[in-house]
Design a protein around this ligand. Structure first.
Ligand code: FES
Length: 127
């Protein structure tokens, strides 16, 4: 049986920032090639480049839900530049660790963030 940290269980049972943002500044939707689970991240960015809101919907395991939830907490209030290099290792660390077989779940969070930031930059080109 897989052992989870208290933090993982907390974010799995009480996920923060679930949902969608109307008219988001950027969106990232990714699927895991390992298990087929899906994560979608929406970000709202103000004129100064600060992420003022982040919401997610994840159709996946507990570790994926906990990873998405803590990701939103890690990026809210920071600038896009500050979080651009945020890795899945940072997500794992913030969760107090993940079992080896569940590390791929945190990879989804890193990829969703990367895609959301790319989509934010792409949208800005067309303003
Ligand atoms: S088992 Fe698929 S994301 Fe965790």
């Amino acid at each position: 049986m897989v052992e989870y940290s208290e933090k993982v269980m907390d974010h799995f049972k009480n996920p923060r920032n679930v949902g969608v943002i109307e008219d988001p500044s950027g969106t990232g939707k990714v699927g895991s090639p390992v298990c087929g689970d899906i994560m979608e991240l929406h970000i709202k960015v103000d004129g100064e480049g600060v992420i003022t809101d982040a919401r997610f919907r994840t159709f996946g395991c507990g570790a994926a839900i906990a990873s998405s939830s803590i990701l939103t907490e890690l990026i809210k209030g920071k600038t896009v530049e500050e979080v651009a290099g945020l890795s899945n290792e940072a997500v794992v660390e913030a969760l107090g660790g993940l079992p080896e077989v569940k590390v791929h779940c945190s990879v989804l969070a890193g990829e969703a963030l990367r895609k959301a930031i790319d989509s934010y930059h792409e949208k800005r080109k067309h303003i």
